[in-house]
Ligand binder design. Structure first.
Ligand code: ZN
Ligand code: ZN
Length: 263
């Protein structure tokens, strides 16, 4: 039987790209790498980019879109993007024809795979996460969000796997060298999710049947993979959920692809 599969090819403020496959259907969420770098990483994991059916964009920040045009041109791939992002997207000549604007966060079906955007609070013009469903099993991706509202939690609930932002350790951010205003922006309701807020969500999701969680979009300046992992592992343990047994946690990397995580 076909299995849903996720691979984070890059995650963080220097570039994001996530590969999702189900049978012969493959999509990318965001493309913030150079085409050359993307190809190296995909090749390393045995991913054939020429088989990509569609690219989905979460928002217009450059770490999510700077390689979108090059990818669409190279592989002649449709780019599904929230319509509200388009005006803020610095388009290169000739790539408009690839865009498929999504007006009201409508569901998109790619060869039987359902891809449904949901809006999240973040300091871009319009930002979405995606819930992807085979009809039997769901996964979700939410990598840039200031907080997890009840509505967002509902969108993530019941997914077998979730890629979720674990951006910063609050103490590292507070004591770090960023200017005060930038710190406030990151920690604010339209900024990025802290390890603690991520851990709360991870613990809540574990109760809804989520088995694999990829901690994503870690700050290089204000976080470490160990701190992100421990924050979620520890809160799970306090709720009686054992990491490595009941739930598996992964930490996505900025510079190298994750394994191909199957559901
Ligand atoms: Zn980002
Ligand atoms: Zn962003």
């Amino acid at each position: 039987m076909d299995k849903l599969e996720i691979c984070t090819l890059a995650s963080g403020s220097k570039g994001n790209c996530t590969y999702v496959r189900y049978g012969d259907t493959a999509i990318l969420i965001d493309q913030g790498l150079s085409l050359k770098e993307l190809r190296v990483r995909a090749n390393y994991r045995g991913i054939d980019l020429s088989q990509t059916d569609a690219l989905f964009v979460t928002h217009e920040h450059s770490d999510h879109v700077k390689g979108v045009g090059a990818f669409a041109r190279a592989y002649d791939t449709p780019v599904h993007i929230p319509a509200a992002c388009l005006g803020n997207f610095k388009t290169e000549d000739g790539i408009d024809r690839f865009f498929v604007p999504n007006e009201y966060d409508g569901e998109v079906t790619v060869k039987g795979l359902s891809v449904k955007p949901f809006r999240v609070p973040h300091d871009a013009h319009y930002t979405v996460g995606y819930r992807i469903s085979t009809g039997k099993e769901d996964i979700a991706i939410a990598t840039d969000l200031g907080f997890v509202s009840d509505g967002t939690l509902a969108k993530l609930s019941g997914c077998k796997a979730v890629v979720l932002e674990s951006n910063h350790d609050p103490l590292m951010l507070e004591g770090g060298r960023y200017p005060r205003l930038l710190k406030a922006r990151i920690a604010g309701n339209r900024g990025h999710l802290s390890n603690d807020a991520c851990a709360q969500t991870v613990a809540a999701l574990a109760c809804t049947g989520t088995q694999k969680i990829v901690l994503a979009h870690l700050s290089e300046e204000n976080n470490t993979p160990e701190l992100a992992f421990e924050a979620s592992r520890e809160l799970l343990a306090r709720r009686g959920v054992r990491e490595g047994d009941d739930v598996l946690l992964f930490v996505a990397d900025q510079f190298k692809p994750s394994g191909r995580i199957t559901i």
